[in-house]
Structure formats: C-alpha cells, structure tokens
Design a protein around this ligand. Structure first.
Ligand SMILES: *Cc1c(COP(=O)(O)O)cnc(C)c1O
Length: 441
C-alpha cells in the first residue's frame, strides 16, 4: 500500500483528489489483485488506481443529449428551461434575494407573492399559489379542503401518473375519504349528484393525461361539476396535469385542456405542473378562487410542500414570457420543439446525417410529446437512422450512452434512430461525433 502510494503517478493523484479517496482506490485495487492471485493488474497499478478514482468521483447527475424525440421525457428531466428562466435561477443562486422580503416596507414579505400576479393575469383566476410539484398541490388542496370529509371522483379518472403516483393513495394521505362514482368508461352528472351528501367537501376532476379512453364513454364537464359543487356546498377541483397555457391546436395538438379554459369553467381550483407543457421548472401551480387559495395557503402542509427560491425565480421568468405568446413559442424550449416546422427539423436531421456519414440515413418518423401529455398524439419528424453490419442496435445504443455527454437514442424497428426534434442546434456536432465514434469503435 505505502509503496504504491509513493509511486509518482499515484502520488500525483493526491491534491486533485482528497488523499482519503486515493487511499481507498489503492486499497480496492490491491484487494482485487489479491483476489486474482496477488499479481499486478494487466493495465498496471497506476492506471487501475486512476480508473477506480475516476469512477468513484464521477457525478451521477450529468447532462445528456436527448435524441429520443420525446419532448417531455420524464426520465431526462422533463422541460428544459428558457434563457431568461436559467438566468433568473442563476441570479437566485448567486446572492441574496427578496424571497421573503418586502423592499418597500423594509420588512418580512411572503414567497407566495412572486408568481401570483402573473398567474392571475395569465389564467384569469382570482388568486394563485405555487408549491413544489403538482402531486404536492393535489395533496395540499385535498388536505385543506376535504380533510375528514369526502371527495368524489369518477372511476374513469382514478389515474396513476407514473412512479406509482396514484390519485387514490394521495387522497388517503390527505385525510380525505375517496368516494368513487360512475364506471371505468362512463360517468354522468347524476352519479355525482347521488353521491353528494353533507359529508362531501370536494368534487375532484382529474385529467386523463397519460392515457386515452375511447369508444362508449361519457364524462362530466368541469363547468357542470363546478355548478353541482356550488349548489351542494362543496368545492370543485380540476387537476389538469400539464399546465398548457396556450392553445396548440394550430400545430395539431388538441384535446389537452388549457389552464385559462379550466379556470373559465368556473371550478374553484385548478392544479397543474410547472415542468410539463408550461415549460418551466418543477412546480405545482394552484390557481382559483380567492377563498380556496387562501385555505390552501393557510394549511400546515403548505409549508411542507412549499417551493424553493430557484423554482420561483425560474417560474416567474417563464411566466413573464407568456405575456407575448409569440415570444413564448420562440423562447420556451418545450413550445419551440412542439411547434417547430417540419422542414426545419429536416434541415437539422440532414446536417446530423451528413456529419455522421456513410451508415446514417434520413427517414420519416414520429416524435412524442411525452410527460403524460397528449397521449396517443404523435408529431411528424425526420429521424437519422444508424446502421451497422457489426453492431446490434442494443450495443450501438449503449455506445451512444457511453459518450460525453451521453446521447440517449431510440430503437425503432430494430434500428437506432436519432430524432433531431429534441437535439438542440448547438448539440448537432457533438451528437454526430458521438455517433461516429460509436459506429467506429
Ligand atoms: C403529471 C400529473 C400530476 C403530477 O404532477 P407532478 O408535477 O409531476 O407532481 C398530477 N396530476 C396529473 C393529471 C398529471 O398529469
């Protein structure tokens, strides 16, 4: 051990790395060598130790190139942020801020003030509060409005969002009792009416964000539910999921409720995510009537699910972009990717294909929105398809993931394909180099 630590190449690792880590790497290399009969590793001691050290100090949370074409890829961090949102987040990280400080009065302020006015302006709601994520928002709302009472939900809307997040489980944790009405495929207004009792606190509508129900189906519109709730002395909540603020129907994306439309339906509270179609940071956004938002703000859980200063900074900057919808479509990456013209995607694909060379070809294909939005909807795209006589698609995809940064590709009909829709223009060169290296290696 001591002899190895004195070798110049190994000694030189101390300094750039803490001594304790170098010692551990040497010990691990020695242990392995002992297990293998006590001989020096094939690559030599210093390379073996440096390799172990590199693996031990490599961060696990690193940027990747998303070549899957899934715009809101949950595993790859959902929405990427607009420039102004990134800058706002950095400013919040660099120094002190007015997070909970009122400059005018020189006294304590509230963090809930920051995105409130913008949300009110953009959605038409009376008031708003931002929490950590939409699941936290659902938990908070049910705790604040329905604890120890009943919340009525359609059997067709008892959804599992992913990561085993199930609406019924969240409701149970909130202290509200779940009352299921209707059937899997059909729920009518009279189902809610019949279930409404003096115990009812909430009528909850959940958008089926990640699956489609088709055929013999019926559901109750938010507006009808809002009316029924009001007449029955209960609150109405509409969990719309994706946080769409602009109508994307002109780009072939229809069927997802916009937040302003959900608010206009008259429900007391609308809940959505900040990092799905809204294109901002992870957040749960609650907008609705003043008294309903006040009840949420005052619930003890509001503190447990509150959002941090980086989120509020990035969300405020993202929301501000929506004041000019054209600017929002241009600068918010999620919206830009979803509305990018097909010939523009084709040009980027062509540039990628050309840089990769021989084994790449450009083919027509489809991209997905992802993130549990617009289920069943696909967007036409161009794909760069990679072929190799020597490598299977799985091996090629694995090699792409071994790039720096890793390139995450999709396998389509047995071929590795790269979708330029989600590859930023400035990533084309590096993605091509990684693909070239993967094919050659
Ligand atoms: C995604 C989603 C949620 C959860 O949102 P998070 O921000 O991921 O917590 C809740 N409800 C619906 C309908 C959703 O689509």
């Amino acid at each position: 051990m001591d002899t190895l630590l004195l070798r110049p190449e190994i000694a030189a690792l101390v300094g750039p790395h803490p001594r304790s880590l170098v010692v551990r790497a040497v010990r691990d290399a020695l242990d392995q060598a002992r297990g293998a009969g006590g001989i020096e590793p094939d690559e030599g001691w210093s390379t073996a130790v440096a390799g172990r050290l590199a693996r031990a100090t490599a961060p696990s949370f690193v940027p990747v190139i998303n070549a899957t074409g899934v715009v809101l890829h949950t595993n790859l961090g959902r929405a990427t942020l607009a420039g102004p949102a990134i800058e706002a987040m950095c400013r919040a990280a660099e120094g002190y801020t007015t997070l909970e400080y009122d400059i005018g009065r020189g006294a304590r302020g509230s963090r809930h003030r920051h995105c409130r006015d913008l949300l009110v302006e953009l959605t038409g709601a009376e008031d708003a509060i931002v929490v950590n994520n939409a699941a936290g928002g659902v938990l908070l709302a049910l705790a604040a409005l329905a604890r120890d009472g009943e919340a009525i939900v359609s059997r067709g809307e008892l959804v599992e969002i992913g990561g085993s997040f199930r609406i019924p489980d969240v409701m149970a944790r909130s202290g509200a009792r779940l009352v299921e009405v209707g059937t899997t495929n059909r729920t009518h207004l009279q189902d809610y009416e019949q279930a409404l009792t003096h115990q009812t606190r909430v009528l909850l509508k959940v958008h089926r964000s990640n699956f489609q129900l088709s055929g013999f189906t019926a559901e109750v519109e938010a507006a009808e539910l809002a009316q029924l709730a009001r007449a029955g002395g209960a609150a109405s909540i509409y969990d719309v999921g994706s946080g769409l603020l602009l109508d994307l129907a002109p780009w072939g994306l229809a069927g997802e409720p916009t937040v302003p439309a959900a608010v206009a339906s008259g429900v007391d509270l609308v809940i959505c995510s900040g990092d799905k179609l809204l294109g901002g940071p992870q957040a749960g956004i609650l907008v609705g009537r003043a008294a309903t938002i006040a009840a949420c703000r005052q619930d003890p859980l509001a503190r447990a699910v509150r959002s941090d200063k980086f989120t509020l900074a990035a969300l405020e900057a993202t929301l501000a972009l929506y004041r000019d919808p054209q600017r929002a479509l241009r600068e918010i990456p999620v919206l830009r990717m979803l509305t990018e013209a097909i010939d523009s995607i084709q040009r980027r694909g062509e540039a990628l294909r050309e840089s990769v060379g021989g084994e790449a070809s450009l083919i027509e294909g489809e991209s997905e929105v992802g993130g549990g939005s617009f289920p069943g909807t696909t967007l036409e795209t161009w794909l760069v398809s990679l072929t190799s006589d020597r490598l299977t698609a799985d091996v090629l995809a694995e090699r792409l993931r071994g790039g720096d940064p890793p390139v995450i590709a999709r396998i389509h009909e047995g071929r590795v394909v790269l979708d330029p829709r989600t590859i930023f223009p400035e990533q084309v060169t590096i993605a091509a180099r990684t693909a070239r290296a993967a094919l050659d290696g």
